[in-house]
Design a protein. Structure first.
Length: 79
C-alpha cells in the first residue's frame, strides 16, 4: 500500500543515509521501523524480562544469587 507522510528534513536525511548504508530502499527502511514499533514494545519488555531472569536466576553459588538480588534492589523500575 502506498502512503504519504511528512517528516522533518533532518530525519529524512538521516533515514536516507541509513537506508543507503544498509543498502535497502527507503520504503523497506520505514516498513522495518514501523514493524519494530508496532511489535517491539511488548517484545522489548519481554526481552528485558528474559535477560533479567537469565542474569539473576538462582545459581548454584549462593554468593551470586545474593549479589544478584541485592543489585535488583537498587534498580528504579519504570512502568
Amino acid at each position: 500500500m502506498k502512503t504519504a507522510v511528512s517528516v522533518p528534513d533532518d530525519v529524512f536525511r538521516q533515514a536516507e543515509k541509513l537506508a543507503r548504508s544498509r543498502k535497502i530502499s527507503r520504503s523497506q527502511l520505514y516498513t522495518e521501523a514501523l514493524k519494530r514499533m508496532i511489535g517491539g514494545e511488548q517484545s522489548a519488555r519481554e526481552s528485558v524480562t528474559s535477560a533479567y531472569d537469565s542474569a539473576f536466576a538462582d545459581h548454584a553459588d549462593p554468593f551470586v544469587t545474593d549479589a544478584s538480588r541485592k543489585a535488583l534492589l537498587d534498580v528504579e523500575w519504570d512502568e
